[in-house]
Design a binder for this molecule. Structure first.
Ligand SMILES: [Zn+2]
Length: 197
């Protein structure tokens, strides 16, 4: 299991729903603190299973509904968003932490990476020698580069442009989450130029 905070899980859920146009859903667990309840509840009774298939995670839907059931099945299909303190209420159930299965986390992270690549204009310049940095492989290059087939706003190096075309041909595109720029804090080291078209 991957442990994460609710803000992160919410962002990942929203990315999956948006990138896949609500065709793929992932699952997670929200564990609430013991103090959230009047009576003592064991871990399975205060941990709720939720999926990304809720209006609260889907930008296209008008609503904030998030339904979940407790792990021990003692509490089924409860509207959690009205009970959680996350919604701004001070008296709500307090979130201790959230968990996702490794498989679901991998799917969600890939969607999140894809979304970042599509929404950010990536034209990265090296501050030292003013060469461009390829966001896909991290290599430096000069000249115009190529527009990525997988990230509409990213300018990549000519080698990566060729590699993308070849990998597409054999049906094995490089995952967005494997791009150099998303792998580490590489974005922090690079100077990003956002030019308007
Ligand atoms: Zn490259």
């Amino acid at each position: 299991m991957v442990r994460l905070n609710y803000q992160a899980m919410k962002a990942l859920f929203a990315a999956v729903e948006s990138v896949t146009q609500e065709t793929v859903h992932v699952e997670g667990q929200i564990c609430f603190t013991e103090d959230s309840f009047d009576k003592t509840r064991d871990l399975a009774a205060r941990t709720y299973v939720v999926t990304s298939n809720n209006a609260g995670y889907q930008a296209n839907k008008n609503g904030s509904g998030v339904y979940g059931s407790s792990l021990d099945q003692s509490d089924l299909n409860i509207r959690l968003d009205l009970l959680m303190s996350d919604s701004g209420k001070t008296s709500g159930w307090e979130i201790e932490s959230c968990y996702m299965r490794e498989e679901d986390y991998a799917i969600a992270f890939e969607a999140y990476a894809q979304e970042s690549l599509n929404s950010t204009r990536l034209e990265i310049m090296d501050s030292q020698d003013e060469k461009r940095i390829c966001p896909r492989c991290g290599g430096k290059f000069t000249g115009h580069g190529a527009v990525s087939r997988h990230a509409e706003n990213a300018v990549i190096c000519p080698d990566c442009g060729t590699e993308e075309a070849l990998l597409d041909l054999i049906g094995k595109p490089k995952k967005a989450s494997h791009w150099w720029v998303l792998r580490t804090s590489n974005l922090m080291d690079a100077v990003i130029a956002r030019k308007s078209r």
